[in-house]
Write a protein that binds this ligand. Sequence first.
Ligand code: C2E
Ligand code: MG
Ligand code: MG
Ligand code: MG
Length: 285
Amino acid sequence: HAKGSGRGQVRFYTADLNARARERLQVEAQLRQALEAGEFVLHYQPQVDMKSGRIVGVEALLRWQHPQRGLLGPLQFIDVAEDSGLIVGIGRWVLEEACAQLARWRDEGLPPVRVGVNLSALQFRQPDLVDNIADVLERYGLDAEWLDLEVTESLVMEDLPQTTALLEAMHALGVSLSIDDFGTGYSSLAYLKRLKAGTLKIDRSFVKDLPHDADDAAITRTVISMAASLNMRVVAEGVETRAQWALLAAEGCDTVQGYFCSKPVPAGDCARLLRSGSRVLDPVS
Ligand code: C2E
Ligand code: MG
Ligand code: MG
Ligand code: MG
């Protein structure tokens, strides 16, 4: 039976494992219909070049417009989607929709931006993933370089030989590759260069306590200089304050993404940001 429709229902903590299991099943059943019912939407969060203050990319972030519970973020359903395998179909939809959006913006004459799409572990293991990506790009007539596929550091490091081969195949298509949540996994630095990823995304946990936390400052500085020497770009995630922006700028970070520039917004709002000259902020010199 339905267990009420309060917000945050998925996160509700109870010792009653039975109730929690039932709740997961309910979410799963609802997720199963959500794709067909057209309840998923993508929000887009700008990535801003620190030198020019211009938007150089946007990350597509999945949202579920739940009929009773309102707009849900991925943390409220992505685990269930992954465990049930539903993430494969959902991930396909995300890729399709992000590319469709990129094509719509192009057709509206907006300046081109890279669109980041997150790939889940299970999606990454689908044998037809690379063909699927190639097919979508072709159908929308998109230059591959504008699609930026994000895979987490921990996912990449899980099975290095296999992921290296996969990333190579994607690289051969011409798409951009980013290592997401960098610093939270256990990277083999020797492999980093061979991964064909152009970008490291510094995890928000290292940015959160900047500029005060000396350890985090040292870590971000190290990642930024390491990326530079490997010829990789760096995006700092979760930048919320001007002080964080200023510190990262001083350390030579290329790009930032965070509430300080903009929260993730619906496609229409994102188009307005892109149209307004792509400038979110005055650059800090
Ligand atoms: P992520 O890929 O690391 O995405 C960045 C997350 O940080 C987003 O959370 C974003 O809203 C949040 N964020 C950005 N700037 C700030 C900030 O300044 N402060 C704070 N507190 N948060 C900030 P979101 O949208 O809730 O997504 C969470 C995670 O869910 C993503 O982390 C990603 O791992 C996953 N996800 C999102 N969309 C998809 C998708 O389409 N497919 C898959 N497989 N996973 C997705
Ligand atoms: Mg991401
Ligand atoms: Mg991340
Ligand atoms: Mg994350």
